[in-house]
Ligand binder design. Structure first.
Ligand code: IPE
Ligand code: IPE
Ligand code: MG
Length: 248
């Protein structure tokens, strides 16, 4: 019943007693959002960061257990230097603010991806964020940073092979569960719902292993314009699906 009392005053067909446990979002469309307004792409990234803040807080409020967001892919390094550094600058700003408000927001934060190419300052901020929020309960937010699904799988294969070579495990006994333990997402259930705004109909290397049985929701809305109402539409669509997992 507590959930209902928190229900927002927006029109919705969402059944708040049957929410997806894990929502994953490809936060796409920042550049086009800025272009439409005659602004530099970086302004789109700044607006996208605000949307992320709003949606993450709201997910915690309504009782979503896990939110995983794609913030920077292993392929995004191809972008012009000035855009990459602007994104990294926004990330730093976001993490500093998040750390400042942690006791209030109490959102557990994790990072999926290889953080080693980031500056030591950023890596330390990620580590601090993770450390401070480690014991928080409720929603866990996973930020995918320098993340790529293929990179994640190759890393897992490498780590598993090393465990075999060094005698810690036996290749003949590898199960899907055990393999999952080598991924960045270890311990986190698979996403139930994957949302991609901006009109693109592709995964772009996001959660390749984990989204095997995810439901997808695509919308033309650009990420900076993504709202609670749009999230409701995505959840309502998810709730209308018949998930069979290969059964009947
Ligand atoms: C997503 O928005 C943010 C990142 C990939 C870092 P884009 O920057 O890809 O925006 P579009 O797709 O060019 O509009
Ligand atoms: C995917 O968006 C990565 C993130 C949102 C962080 P992209 O904009 O990089 O994907 P493509 O290039 O359209 O496939
Ligand atoms: Mg894009």
């Amino acid at each position: 019943m507590a959930l209902f009392s928190k229900k927002p005053a927006v029109q919705t067909e969402v059944d708040f007693t049957r929410l997806p446990k894990h929502i994953a979002i490809i936060m796409d469309g920042n550049g086009r959002w800025a272009k439409k307004r005659g602004l530099p792409r970086t302004a789109g990234h700044a607006a996208g960061a605000e949307t992320f803040r709003t949606i993450a807080t709201y997910c915690k409020e309504i009782g979503i257990d896990y939110l995983t967001v794609y913030a920077f892919s292993t392929e995004n390094w191809k972008r012009p230097e000035v855009e990459v550094s602007a994104i990294m600058g926004l990330l730093k700003k976001y993490l500093l603010e998040a750390i400042g408000q942690m006791e209030r927001d109490r959102v557990k934060m994790e990072f999926f991806g290889d953080l080693s190419p980031l500056t030591s300052e950023l890596r330390e901020l990620c580590e601090r964020t993770r450390e401070i929020s480690r014991h928080y309960e409720g929603c866990q937010v996973n930020i995918c940073l320098n993340y790529g699904g293929r990179d994640e799988l190759v890393r897992a294969a490498r780590a598993f092979a090393l465990d075999c070579v060094e005698g810690r495990t036996d290749p003949n006994h590898l199960s899907q569960e055990q393999f999952g333990g080598y991924l960045f997402s270890r311990g986190v259930p698979d996403p139930d719902l994957v949302i991609r705004p901006s009109g693109e109909l592709r995964l772009s290397n996001f959660l390749l292993w984990q989204s095997a049985y995810a439901e997808f929701y695509f919308t033309d809305v650009l990420w900076p314009d993504f709202s609670k109402e749009e999230l409701h539409r995505a959840i309502a669509a998810y709730q209308s699906r018949n998930r069979r997992f290969g059964g009947v």
